[in-house]
Design a protein around this ligand. Structure first.
Ligand code: FRU
Length: 325
């Protein structure tokens, strides 16, 4: 007899509409191939914290065995996450944090270190002297706070580096552009712009190019493997560097499987970062292409296996008809 999935994972994503999160979902689906016992119920809150709270409530009402959540903002999402956990539903928080201790496990990139490495890279490139603009994510998202803190703490060692403006780009291109236009004179003077993700870094790049600024350097975060995303932008010398921010998608699914199987899991999993610039971007690209090819091969094998399986089931069915008539 065919056995369907035994467990339902509710996955509440703060927004689905960007390369980094597309990559996260791809990684999750790949890992789910190995776990036919689990089914993913996916909800995209489109960067709206209220909507995300609602969607989590709906997931809970529809019965889930585990909740995976990437909270849009830390404070507004805390009560509903704590409530889920309070009901005995295991909760994995992914990437962005919530302002509560009521969860089973957290998985995410080392955001403090990302900010710190960005500052050290800038210090080396500018020989410790220059004007910087920082473009932050959404104020209420935890990576914004942590990247900013790491950036500021490291910059404190370089008195010749001055942050002349901090803009809130809210993780997206359009808001970044508006903030740049409002702070045009600071933008004109900046030697380096550190944006807390590649989308905002690329938006600043386009703004500066339109204004005829050619001396400005740009550093971003994410290094996603798509056209016009981080790795590609570093290869094209649009960005001087990008800090790799691992999605944790694969880790979240395999941890969910462990929790559902009754295994003990670590409370905090910090995923490591690496700075990608012109010195190592070629190597990164090769690695990514190789992994991509391997995944395609696995997916091909899996669909062949599926075909064999349904063929076998058809034959069994036929056989039963023959035997009973
Ligand atoms: C994608 C994103 C990434 C960023 C992360 C922070 O939605 O904005 O670019 O690194 O979220 O949570």
């Amino acid at each position: 007899p065919e056995t369907g999935p035994k467990y339902r994972i509710g996955f509440s994503q703060c927004t689905g509409n960007d390369d980094w999160r597309r990559n996260m979902l791809t990684e999750m689906k790949r890992e789910l191939f190995y776990h036919p016992e689990m089914q993913l119920l996916y909800r995209d809150a489109e960067s709206d914290s209220k909507r995300q709270v609602q969607q989590i409530q709906e997931l809970l009402a529809g019965k889930i065995d585990i909740l995976v959540v990437s909270p849009n903002e830390a404070a507004p999402l805390a009560p509903v996450i704590a409530a889920a956990y309070g009901k005995g539903i295991p909760v994995i928080i992914l990437d962005r944090k919530a302002a509560t201790d009521s969860f089973t496990a957290y998985i995410g990139g080392d955001n403090y270190n990302i900010g710190k490495l960005a500052a050290e890279y800038i210090a080396a490139r500018l020989n410790g002297h220059g004007r910087i603009i920082e473009v932050t994510g959404l104020r209420g998202s935890s990576p914004t706070v942590e990247r900013h803190q790491g950036f500021r703490d490291a910059l404190a060692h370089y008195p010749g580096l001055k942050v002349i403006a901090t803009l809130e780009g809210s993780w997206v291109a359009e808001k970044t552009r508006e903030a740049a236009a409002r702070n045009d004179s600071a933008v004109q003077q900046a030697d380096v712009i550190f944006a807390q993700n590649d989308v905002m870094a690329y938006s600043m790049y386009r703004y500066c190019r339109e204004k005829g600024l050619t001396h400005t350097r740009f550093i971003g975060v994410d290094a996603s493997p798509y056209p016009d995303a981080g790795i590609d932008l570093v290869s094209r010398h649009v960005l001087s560097a990008s800090l790799l921010y691992p999605s944790g998608g694969k880790e979240a699914i395999s941890m969910a499987a462990d929790i559902l199987a009754g295994k003990k899991v670590p409370r905090n999993t910090l995923l490591q970062t690496v700075l990608i610039d012109s010195s190592n971007v070629k190597l990164m690209r090769l690695q990514i292409d190789k992994i991509q090819a391997q995944h395609q091969e696995i997916e091909k094998q899996q669909s062949l296996l599926q075909e064999q399986l349904s063929l076998y089931q058809d034959q069994q069915h036929l056989l039963r008809i023959v035997v009973t008539t």
